[in-house]
Design a binder for this molecule. Structure first.
Ligand SMILES: Cc1ncc(COP(=O)(O)O)c(C=O)c1O
Length: 352
């Protein structure tokens, strides 16, 4: 048996449906749909009624268009593949005024959205005046405006209020030009979970929550989205160590007492992050610490209740991506993206 990655498409569908029933969603499907698998994710999102998709990757955008003629597909990154964008009806993000001025002739016939740079400082127009200039020229087909917050996920960070207010000010300055736009969007999972749909916005633009994770975890909430992935492995051997004996490369673990180490068939080669290995696994419903992380193995310090062939769980409804994100393991997307899907035995729970 190899490590198992369970992908629950039914839960993905239910979560997407719940989100879409509250507000129109532009679901973020970049990086192979947060590593859930584009086809698997798209099927669930589309059946759940989501009509708008965002990715950074043109090949993914083209693949999406091949699935459906009507959906809106937003390329979040700039691209100069104007013919492909036109032929596949992909909405292009115009990243700044320089790009616009350089390529405006080629942008004819392509739907575009303007992005405001804000505090993320990734792409974007610096000021509303520059965005106004593009609106006033009335030369390209602008279907939307958007921004992306840099601080929404950090509840202790006052800069979220600053970037949010700066964006709301931009929208106010553009108000005469955006009132009939189909797409005004800014909110990732955290921003939306914090305060619902912001005024004047047409869509939310979540990734993490759509995939079943809570974007932040300040306290144990009363209800949690159903996590859509599970990761497990099995105990291949149990090694008994005497006090002072070591295990792993360069004595990565040294026994402080006589103890037992379960050798489990999953490791960083499967994408288990170093920080995840600082936290426990579940075996037979009990938590045990990981003491060594190797490429294909974990060493877990266990007790007499653990046996060869037992299942070792790294992520499930109890060991959640969002809680590990809160504990500093890494962002939800980071934990999901790091899993090397092709190294796992995949189990899929299809839509009912
Ligand atoms: C532009 C943009 N919008 C939305 C999202 C979704 O963010 P989250 O997964 O926090 O909801 C991302 C994710 O990185 C993004 O880059």
């Amino acid at each position: 048996m190899t490590a198992i990655l369970k992908l629950n498409q039914q839960r993905l569908y239910e979560q997407a449906k719940a989100l879409q029933s509250q507000n129109d969603v532009i679901v973020v499907v970049k990086n192979d749909a947060y590593n859930f698998g584009m086809e698997r994710a798209f099927t669930a999102f589309f059946q759940a009624g989501i009509k708008s998709y965002a990715t950074t990757n043109l090949s993914e955008a083209i693949w999406l268009r091949k699935q459906d003629k009507e959906i809106m597909i937003l390329l979040l990154d700039p691209s100069t593949e104007f013919n492909l964008l036109k032929n596949y009806n992909i909405t292009l993000t115009v990243p700044n005024l320089t790009f616009y001025n350089k390529y405006k002739a080629q942008l004819k016939g392509i739907k575009v959205q303007l992005v405001y740079k804000n505090l993320l400082n990734r792409f974007g127009f610096d000021h509303s005046e520059e965005m106004l200039q593009v609106f006033k020229e009335n030369y390209v087909d602008i279907t939307g405006v958007w921004t992306h917050f840099a601080f929404a996920d950090d509840l202790t960070e006052p800069k979220y209020e600053i970037e949010k207010n700066s964006w709301l000010t931009v929208l106010n300055q553009l108000k005469d030009y955006i009132k009939n736009l189909e797409y005004v969007h800014a909110q990732n999972s955290a921003s939306y979970t914090r305060e619902g749909l912001l005024e004047g916005h047409t869509h939310i633009r979540p990734g993490a929550t759509a995939y079943g994770a809570l974007p932040y975890f300040d306290k144990i909430p009363t209800s949690l989205p159903a996590q859509t992935i599970e990761v497990s492995a099995s105990v291949k051997d149990i090694v008994r160590l005497k006090k002072g004996q070591s295990a792993g490369y360069s004595a990565a673990f040294v026994a402080e007492k006589d103890t037992s180490i379960a050798i489990c068939d999953i490791g960083y080669g499967n994408g288990i992050m170093k920080n995840r290995a600082k936290h426990d696994v579940l075996i037979n419903g009990k938590l045990y610490p990981i003491v060594v992380l190797m490429m294909s193995h974990l060493m877990v310090e266990v007790d007499e209740q653990v046996n060869i062939e037992d299942t070792v769980i790294l992520y499930n409804d109890q060991l959640r991506l969002d809680e590990f994100a809160y504990k500093g393991v890494g962002a939800i997307s980071e934990q999901m993206a790091s899993l090397n899907r092709h190294t796992f035995n995949l189990i899929e729970i299809p839509i009912n």
